[in-house]
Design a binder for this molecule. Structure first.
Ligand SMILES: NC(=O)c1ccc[n+]([C@@H]2O[C@H](COP(=O)([O-])OP(=O)(O)OC[C@H]3O[C@@H](n4cnc5c(N)ncnc54)[C@H](O)[C@@H]3O)[C@@H](O)[C@H]2O)c1
Length: 344
């Protein structure tokens, strides 16, 4: 019989309901044994839907002491990621923490140190790495068929967190979120670009603005120009003011053609090649949407298999930190009006 990892969820809001909870409930590698939320009703609702026998807590430290969990998902507002992750690691738990993994590089480094000291797995839920179109795009890029990447365009935008998490007021508060659209959405694309191309960003420029969310203390739009260590250039944009269908696409213009990723809803991955001149349309499921009960990415299962040593983590703490570094550099560039260099 497969060993099931005993997991707990800390923070039972939107991402726990859409991804972590359903993933653990469906995975043969996980047993959801505890749910914790400072609003106890939310923990009760999540457990009631997915794991009726799970223990309910409103204090995560009590959960770490009493629930016998081996691993936790940290699904909290951004400013709590580092302290709660470090406490959980010190308590001997493996941790899957939500993105962005922290609100500063210093915090991220402390999280990595704590994982090393505790000899526990630390993963960051850069969940876009698991989208079927992104998994296939990575295969295509690694095959070499597209040739060298020359120019990149990446955009992630939707109408804002108020439509995603009705109770998630913290998204708009700088003290709790650190950034707005860039931390929420831009970090996904910063990570995806690094994942797909295997390149690191070396220089960053940026502009941000608050255009439509008057009560927010963070930006609702961010655009950043990137230069990679090999000279590849690109733009990364994040927005909370996109009307209608969300924009969640990446285009890699390469020496042998262009790879269009999630640019067209009905064709999640299209390669347009020049030699031979042809178009390859990959048959893939569409990107996950919030309309469905769960995203079906199996992030929770992948975390448990990484704990058991059965597969590599899809995003290590280190990888999460390198992606965080890009958005922090973009913020610094936007604040100072100067190009920011990233050393590797
Ligand atoms: N990977 C993805 O695609 C993705 C998508 C959306 C959000 N996220 C990330 O997930 C995290 C959570 O976002 P969300 O949309 O679920 O927010 P949310 O506000 O819906 O949920 C957060 C939950 O944490 C609870 N909470 C706050 N402080 C707590 C504490 N001290 N102890 C226990 N519970 C506490 C809140 O009551 C709330 O239920 C954020 O970091 C966000 O960036 C990731």
């Amino acid at each position: 019989m497969r060993k099931k990892v005993r997991v707990g969820i800390i923070g039972c809001g939107a991402i726990a309901q859409h991804l972590h909870g359903p993933d653990y409930a469906c995975s043969p590698d996980a047993e959801l044994v505890a749910c914790c939320d400072v609003v106890k009703k939310k923990a009760q609702l999540l457990a009631g839907r997915l794991a009726p026998d799970a223990l309910i807590f409103s204090d995560y430290k009590e959960m770490l002491k009493k629930a016998g969990v081996e691993a936790v998902s940290v699904c909290l507002p951004n400013y709590l990621h580092a302290p709660v992750t470090i406490t959980a690691l010190k308590a001997g738990c493996h941790v899957l923490v939500e993105k962005p993994m922290a609100t500063s590089m210093a915090e991220a480094r402390k999280m990595l140190d704590a994982a090393k000291k505790a000899d526990r797995v630390l993963m960051v839920n850069q969940s876009q790495r698991l989208f079927p179109a992104h998994v296939k795009a990575k295969e295509v890029m690694d095959s070499g068929i597209m040739g060298k990447v020359l120019h990149i365009t990446a955009m992630f935008g939707h109408s804002g967190p108020e439509d995603w998490s009705p109770t998630g007021k913290w998204f708009f508060n700088k003290k709790e979120a650190r950034f707005g659209a860039m931390a929420d959405l831009g970090v996904h694309k910063a990570d995806l670009l690094r994942f797909l191309t295997g390149k690191e960003v070396s220089e960053v420029n940026g502009f941000f603005e608050r255009l439509e969310k008057p009560r927010a203390t963070v930006e609702d739009n961010f655009v950043s120009a990137l230069k990679f260590t090999d000279g590849t250039v690109g733009t990364l944009a994040a927005s909370w003011t996109v009307k209608g269908a969300e924009a969640n696409y990446t285009v890699l213009h390469c020496a042998n053609g262009t790879l269009q990723i999630c640019l067209f809803p009905d064709r999640p991955l299209v390669a347009n090649l020049i030699k031979p001149c042809c178009q390859i349309v990959f048959e893939l499921p569409p990107p996950p949407t919030n309309a469905a009960g769960g995203w079906g990415l199996d992030a929770g299962g992948a975390f448990c298999r990484a704990i058991k040593g059965e597969e590599k983590p899809y995003c290590t703490g280190y990888e999460g930190m390198k992606s965080l570094e890009v958005i922090l550099a973009a913020e610094k560039a936007a604040l100072t009006g100067r190009t920011v260099k990233i050393k590797h």
